[in-house]
Design a protein around this ligand. Structure first.
Ligand code: ATP
Ligand code: MG
Length: 268
């Protein structure tokens, strides 16, 4: 069982991504054991999610951010396979629409926060507004810089309203990204995922790294922690993400509602 706490960013930690492990093989040698553990944790997740849904009181928000091709989609697919789809809503945040841009940056995000009984998964999130927006100079620093505090306040408000928050940064190496882009180009079944714009973003790797480091340092709190997940190997990544989710759900301890009194009830 990996010690997931070692991947958790603590408040006031200094983060240096170039130097933080991306390679799961260097951390866990026994891939088969990790995969077996992942399967058993996935079954636990399915049960816990059923209880969360039946209880209908608590809410869990899971946020994914990463460089391109780090595997956000793949993680969501493998971790939530078999979970009751009525209880999980995945929202992918793309380039904001005209309407979204006419509002504050949290407007579209707030609407997608899960209601009672639900797990909400964000594939990208409000953090894009201190990442892509910063690296591509879409807004000036005087606009994006204060957003770290705004995000912390927003997440604090969500926590106070009964939403548990977990945030995953899927961390791949620059070499692994290159390998995956090339695979997307070479493999016809993956080519649809290739976006030539991703190559432009790759040229800005250092700028993104800086933006991610600031996000991880400034927005890791006790109640809303970031995890830096070594993601060069899908099997290690999936295991870490599932472990954290299962641990969190266990802490939330959802219960099936008390059944109605059925003494003397006869089905005619
Ligand atoms: P995949 O990783 O599977 O390619 P994706 O999440 O990259 O999926 P795309 O449609 O390729 O989906 O890209 C969405 C784009 O929208 C990303 O480049 C992202 O940076 C951008 N985006 C998301 N939120 C914002 C935002 N608030 N402002 C500007 N751009 C944004
Ligand atoms: Mg993309």
């Amino acid at each position: 069982m990996p010690d997931v706490n070692k991947h958790r960013v603590q408040k006031n930690d200094k983060v240096k991504l170039n130097g933080t492990e991306t390679d799961g093989k260097k951390i866990e040698k026994d891939r088969a054991a990790c995969e077996a553990l992942f399967q058993s944790l996935r079954s636990e997740l399915i049960t816990l999610q059923a209880q969360l849904y039946a209880e209908g009181q608590q809410k869990l928000l899971i946020i994914f951010q990463a460089m391109d091709a780090a595997g956000k989609d793949g993680t969501v697919r493998s971790v939530f396979e078999g979970v009751n789809p009525q209880g999980v809503v995945v929202t992918s945040f793309k380039r904001p629409s005209e309407e979204e841009l006419a509002h504050d940056f949290l407007w579209r995000v707030h609407k997608a926060v899960p209601p009672k009984g639900m797990i909400g998964v964000f594939n990208r999130s409000h953090y894009e507004d201190v990442l892509v927006v910063r690296v591509h100079n879409i807004v000036p620093e005087s606009v994006w810089r204060p957003r770290f505090e705004m995000i912390n306040d927003f997440e604090k408000m969500l926590t106070a309203s009964g939403t548990r928050i977990i945030k995953f940064f899927l961390h791949i190496s620059k070499n692994e990204q290159k390998r995956r882009f090339q695979e997307r180009i070479d493999d016809p079944s993956k080519r649809w995922k290739f976006d030539p714009e991703d190559l432009e973003k790759r040229k800005l790797w250092d700028g993104y790294e800086q933006a991610f480091e600031d996000m991880l340092e400034k927005c890791s709190t006790k109640d809303s922690p970031w995890y830096i997940v070594p993601s060069d190997q899908n099997w290690y990544r999936d295991l870490v993400v599932t472990s954290v989710i299962v641990e969190t759900l266990k802490e939330m301890n959802p219960q099936y509602p008390a059944p109605p009194d059925v003494t003397g009830v006869v089905v005619e």
